[in-house]
Design a protein around this ligand. Structure first.
Ligand code: GUN
Length: 321
């Protein structure tokens, strides 16, 4: 008897793309309405303080995007850009002053911090009520207990994307690849809270493909361009790519993007790099039911969820939520 192939070999088959932009726009519109209501009914205007240390160009772009998005929804913001020579004491002093200020609702410290600074100590110094990134141990613990908490923005955005795309979570087999504090661990907690059957994989997982191939929902955040291929994906699965890697090599782009390679090569020659996720898009397209593109997938949701958390912080501190 001929063995049946579980892989759709139709070269024209493409996974349906889940675009984060539309969902992010919806969340931002909801935040705008809530900001307007807070002003009209309570004369409250939420304020976000963003803190950045050093010259990491990617961090500078991320913080600029967060500040710009805040303005778009009517949230006031402050950008505290500190030099690379800033020490822990100076940074802790700034955080203490932001904690004390009644006009500051949310505080975010952009990671990574310079190696000389103990990031855990800095995160613990942020008032948990103003911890809009959801990184403080109190919020991490509350999330793990299934109690109300600020949830980290990227995994919370993934849940919104799944919900608003009509993809069921309860009862689904969900596999999270990566166990970072920012994405993997909180992603697993949020999925568990929503009654998924959750597996967490990492660099020491044996036979990774066998584990990931069992998942209906595959969420990947490992920082390795195009690592997840056809062999890792269950036919018809939903694949969420949280990776954000810069690729400068045209040959790599050609291998990863199949029919779309020329567009990417043009981007590399113009800009010097193209953004690539942790999932091989050409291979995922041949197997997955749905997948998020990079860029244009979950990246935009991180910022939208930060705005939502800032509005929530403003309300919580005033006993409105
Ligand atoms: N670095 C990478 N992602 C994040 C994030 O969501 N928040 C902060 N503060 N830093 C990051």
């Amino acid at each position: 008897m001929a063995t049946q192939s579980f892989i759709d070999t139709d070269p024209a088959r493409r996974a349906q793309l889940l675009h984060g932009a539309a969902v992010a726009a919806q969340i931002k519109l909801e935040a705008t309405r809530e900001v307007e209501r807070l002003w009209k009914d309570h004369q409250v205007r939420p304020c976000l303080a963003a803190v950045r240390v050093g010259d990491d160009p990617a961090s500078a772009v991320y913080v600029r995007n967060k500040i710009k998005a805040s303005a778009e929804v009517g949230i006031r913001s402050e950008h505290h850009a500190l030099t690379a020579t800033t020490n822990s004491i100076e940074l802790l002093d700034l955080i203490a002053s932001l904690n004390d200020r009644d006009d500051v609702d949310g505080i975010l410290v952009q990671l990574p911090l310079p190696a000389e600074i103990d990031a855990d100590k800095i995160i613990e110094a942020v008032d948990p009520q103003k911890d809009v990134d959801g990184f403080h141990p109190l919020n991490v613990g509350r999330l793990a207990l299934g109690r109300p908490a600020f949830a980290p923005c990227t995994p919370a955005g993934v849940i919104e994307l799944l919900d608003r795309s009509g993809i069921p979570i309860a009862g689904a087999g969900a596999c999270v690849v990566g166990r970072s504090q920012i994405v993997g661990r909180p992603m697993a907690q949020l999925l568990l809270q929503r009654d998924a059957t959750v597996t967490v994989c990492h660099s020491r997982t044996r036979d990774l493909a066998a584990v990931t191939r069992a998942a209906d929902l595959l969420i990947v955040a490992i920082g390795r361009p195009g690592f997840i291929g056809r062999e890792h994906i269950k036919p018809g699965a939903t694949v969420i790519d949280v990776g954000m890697n810069s690729v400068t090599d045209e040959a790599v782009a050609r291998e990863l993007f199949g029919a779309d390679a020329e567009k990417r090569i043009e981007i590399i020659s113009k800009r010097g790099y193209t953004l690539v996720g942790d999932v091989n898009p050409a291979e995922a397209d041949a197997v997955a039911g749905r997948r998020t593109p990079v860029p244009g997938g979950v990246g935009l949701l991180t910022v939208a969820m930060l705005l939502r958390n800032t509005v929530k912080a403003a309300k919580l501190r005033r006993g409105m939520e």
